[in-house]
Design a protein around this ligand. Sequence first.
Ligand SMILES: CC(C)(COP(=O)(O)OP(=O)(O)OC[C@H]1O[C@@H](n2cnc3c(N)ncnc32)[C@H](O)[C@@H]1OP(=O)(O)O)[C@@H](O)C(=O)NCCC(=O)NCCS
Length: 405
Amino acid sequence: MTVEIRPCKDKEELADYGRIVSYVFASTEGMDEELASTQPDWTTCGFVDGKMAATMGAWPFTVRLNGAPVPMGGVTAVGTLPHYRRRGLLRGIMTEGLATMRERGQPIAILWASMGAIYQRFGYGLAAESVTYSFDPRFAQLQRHVELPGTVEMLGVEEALPVIKPLYIEYATPRNLMIHRAMPLWQQGALKPRKKGEPVYVAVYRDEYGHPRGYITYWTYEERPTGPGGEQVLEVRDFVALDLEAYQGLWEFIRRHDLAWKVVMRNVLPADDIAPDLLLEPRMLSKQVGDAIWMRIVDAERALAARPYSVRGELRIAIDEDDMCPWNNGTFVLTSDGQTAMVERDENAADIVVTPNGLATLLSGRRSATELARTGRLAGASEKALRLADAMFATAHAPFCPDGF
Ligand SMILES: CC(C)(COP(=O)(O)OP(=O)(O)OC[C@H]1O[C@@H](n2cnc3c(N)ncnc32)[C@H](O)[C@@H]1OP(=O)(O)O)[C@@H](O)C(=O)NCCC(=O)NCCS
C-alpha cells in the first residue's frame, strides 16, 4: 500500500473530493456551491495506491481575534472513506495540512467538529461555545418596556445586502472569532434559504434619524405546536445589533409574530449575549450551550503576536510537548504594552507552562489561565504569574463564530 498526502491537482480531483465528502457526511446538499468556491490547493488529501481515500480543506479566512484581523485556516470537509479508516490517513493529512497553513502565514486553524474526540488528540482546544434559545415569543418579554424611537423595516435580500454588510462589519470588528464574510459565507449561512426556492427574510432596525443600527435574517415555516398557539416557527439566522436600542427593537419585532409558537435562535448570539439579563423571565429562553469552534495554534510565535492584550505585561510561556507542530515547543516571552505584543524565543524559566490544547483555549479567551490550571492544561510558576496571564489574555467579548463552514 502506498500512501501519498497532497492537495487536489485540478478540478477533476476536486470532483472526487466532493464525492468523498458527500458520502462521508451522507449529503450532497450545497456541494456544487462548495466546490465552486474551493480552490484545489486549499485541500489536503490522502491517496492510497493512487486513489483518493481521505480529504481535508482549509479555507483561507481572516478572523477577528479580540478585535484584530488574523489569517486562519478554516478546516472543513474532513473525511476518510470507511474502508480506509483507522490507518492513520487523517493523522497524515492533519500533519501536512498544519505545516501548509504555517507556510501560508495562517498561525491558527479553526473548525467545527462532528466530534471533539477526533481533534483533541491533534492539539485542538475548545475556543467558542454556541448558545441556542428556543422560546414561545408570548413569554419572552423584556423586563422593562421602553418606547423605542426607531423603526423596523423589512427588506428583500438583494436590497438588504448593501445595508446589512456594513452593519455586520461594524459589529464583528471589535469582537472575537467572527469571520470576515465573503459572499459564499453569506450565501451558505445568514442568507441561505431553508429549502431551495424558499424566502429568507431580513428586518433592519433604524434609529430615529433613519440610520441602520441592526438587523436579523430569518425564516418562518409551518410546524405544529406541542401545545396551544399558532402553527409557525420563526428561526433567526443572523442577529446583529450595534446598540441596546437596536437589540430591543429587533427583539420586540420578533415577538410581534403572533402566529409563531416558537422562536429558535441557534448560534446567532454569543455566550455573553444580553438576553438573559434583559428578559423578565430568562428561564423561558430554554438556553442550551454546546461546543462550537475548536482551535489549533499552528504557529505559536505568530499567533501570540497577532492578538491584542488587555493589560501591559511580560510573560514567559512554555509550550509543552507539541508533537504535531514541533516548532511550537520551547519558551516564548510575550511583551505587551496593553494593546499590541512582541514575542521572542527565550531561555529563562517560564511563568506558565501550557499544553497545545490549553494554549488555544487561553488565546481565544474562552478560559482564563487560572481556569485552565484547574483542569491541568496549564501550570503557573506562581499565583502572581497566573493572575498576570488572566489579566493579559482576557478578551472584551466572549469568543463567538456565527458561521458554519
Ligand atoms: C474522523 C475520520 C476522518 C478519521 O479518519 P481516519 O483516517 O480513520 O483517522 P486516523 O486513522 O488518522 O486516526 C487518527 C486518530 O484519531 C482517532 N480517531 C479516528 N476517528 C475517531 C473517532 N470517531 N473518535 C475518536 N477518535 C477517533 C484514531 O484512533 C487515531 O488515533 P491515533 O492517531 O492516536 O491512533 C473518519 O473516521 C471519518 O471520516 N469519520 C466520519 C466523518 C467525520 O466525522 N469527519 C469529521 C468532521 S468534523
